[in-house]
Ligand binder design. Structure first.
Ligand code: SF4
Length: 208
């Protein structure tokens, strides 16, 4: 098979970086985790802090065995697959292999592509710049909306109507606008208690 065919099958994937750190955001905040950041994203968020991830062709294409070997080198057994936009790829083979090795699998996605993979926790962070694929709504365990603009509260509520009733709802200030929006988010959550707050605590800890 060619590299393109192997990527299409999900047997090889472009990896921008992979590193062992502490999950800074959302449900698993504070947990040690191995992050696998796949290269490639076509969503185009203006405030994206990993714009270098967008071009998939810039990053080395690795076999899923090699990717999982990297994760196995560390003691933690939580893996977070992120990007870029990881659902641009078929994640079934990678997550199957991770599960076989005993990992808990999490994904962070904008949901802009069809869902794939076997994940224990799906963090769905929709973006205004590319509409989510309908397959994500039933899968989402956590809806995490980044607040960058006052209209993001209405955007968050619109998506909250579409996810499962047991999906956890979180609002997270965009880092560069945190000073402006954190007080508004605090006030919003106090008045709309189905929501809670996610902070990018890794940035406070100065870790990746
Ligand atoms: S979906 Fe994520 S990686 Fe893609 S542009 Fe938006 S913030 Fe950046």
């Amino acid at each position: 098979m060619t590299t393109q065919e192997l990527i299409a099958e999900g047997l090889q994937l472009p990896v921008m970086e992979a590193f062992y750190t502490i999950q800074g955001e959302g449900k698993f905040t504070g947990h040690p985790a191995y992050f696998i950041r796949l290269g490639g994203c076509d969503v185009g968020c203006v405030w994206c802090d990993v714009k270098e991830s967008w071009e998939a062709g810039k990053w080395p294409v690795l076999s899923i065995e090699k990717i999982v070997d990297g994760a196995c080198a560390f003691p933690g057994r939580l893996v977070v697959i992120t990007g870029g936009e990881p659902l641009m790829y078929n994640l079934n083979p990678l997550t199957k292999l991770l599960k076989e090795k005993g990992f808990t699998t999490n994904i962070e996605t904008s949901g802009a592509h069809p869902y794939s993979g076997d994940f224990d926790w799906v963090c769905f962070s929709p973006k205004k710049f590319k509409k989510p694929h309908p397959s994500i709504y039933i899968e989402a365990d956590e809806l995490k909306v980044v607040v960058f603009h006052p209209s993001d509260f209405a955007f968050a509520e619109k998506h909250a109507e579409l996810v499962r009733k047991d999906c956890e709802l979180r609002l997270q200030p965009e880092w560069s606008k945190a000073e402006k929006f954190t007080p508004e988010i605090i006030n919003y959550v106090k008045n709309h208690p189905t929501w809670n707050i996610s902070l990018q605590t890794h940035k406070f800890m100065d870790i990746p």
